[in-house]
Design a protein around this ligand. Sequence first.
Ligand code: SF4
Length: 265
Amino acid sequence: MIVAVTGGKGGTGKSTLSANLFFYFIENYKTALIDCDVETPNLPYLTGSEDLSLAKEVFIEIPNIEEGKTYNYKNVCKEGALLKVGDKLIFIEDLCSGCKACGINSNITFRKKSIGKIYEKKFDNGYLIVGKSNLGERKTAKIVTETKKYALSKNCEINIVDTAAGTHCNVVRALINADKVLIVTEPTPFGMSDAKRIIKIVEKLNIPYKIVLNRYGISDLKVGYNFKIPYDRRIVECYCKGESFLKYNDLRGCIEEIANWIIWG
Ligand code: SF4
């Protein structure tokens, strides 16, 4: 079972939900918690896991352009990373996604470039797997794909994929192959407007989803939702300490309801 936790807007509490679902599931199921917010992963802090170990490095292949060499390259690069002007090739490494389209029917060769790393921590009944891009790296989609692939190779019964905020390529890559999606939002105009955008994407991907209204009670805005998590000082305190809030029975009940939908539908 792969369940993705997402939300159009940043700061809605999706990582807090992911972390608490993880602590709930590892009580009974072999579970992987997968941080696919590769530019700003925060699940290590939310699970009190700063002692991660390196699992693998992620590379892309980029053109190996040599000064003075003649290339028969035609301008095909959609990213604007490689441009032929007269006899000269201009290569902007930061824009290159490593798609290798420029190598088709040309004499361009490639070299490996590291774009990020995957880290892990073993728990008694599961794993935290974290993708992290190198500082300043702009093309990070492959790290998302590789992080998921690495986590799924652990063959856990439950896999919780925590996506980045927004509706961009990295989010879609994190959502692909999910069996179910939780969309986390909050009762604010920004939260609602961003949730609508991510709902459209999840519907296009044809994945069953439910909406979790976090910080329930901070406003009287009317928002449609399936599950709710209250605005509660105890949650904030646990968040600050990198602890789960499952020790509080009423809050545990909120997580249990969501977990039941994940397992039983
Ligand atoms: S590998 Fe792809 S993105 Fe990079 S320069 Fe070639 S065509 Fe452009």
